[in-house]
Design a protein around this ligand. Structure first.
Ligand SMILES: [Zn+2]
Length: 118
């Protein structure tokens, strides 16, 4: 004598019938849509977790996008620190006393300054 389980095993998939134009219409058997009269199409509902290829694709794109953004920020910070060091080095090259650009104006400048004082 064979032993049988007390509870029958539930099927892992359930087929519902729906209208392509009216997804709110769901029936347990084939037929026609009460709104538009189109034939209902089978819509399989699985109780098991399904792989969603669009989710996998978007997750991959998200990870790549975040990686590229972070890489860009690291490169920007590195470039900023190098630019700051270069500017400091250039400021160190500046002469302490700046000579006049045109020697002929140098005399007029000193004359104006001296005449303004007296
Ligand atoms: Zn319909």
């Amino acid at each position: 004598m064979n032993l049988e389980p007390l509870t029958p095993q539930a099927s892992s998939t359930v087929t519902k019938w729906t209208c392509a134009m009216h997804p709110e219409i769901q029936r347990n058997a084939p037929g026609s849509c009460p709104i538009c009269g189109m034939a209902l199409e089978p819509k399989t509902v699985s109780l098991e977790a399904e792989e969603n290829p669009e989710l996998i694709y978007m997750t991959r794109r998200f990870k790549i996008g975040v990686t590229l953004v972070l890489l860009g920020q690291v490169l920007e910070l590195r470039a900023r620190s190098k630019t700051g060091a270069a500017i400091k080095a250039l400021l160190g090259l500046a002469p302490q006393n700046t000579p006049p650009l045109c020697p002929s104006n140098a005399n007029n400048h000193t004359q104006n300054v001296s005449s303004g004082i007296s």
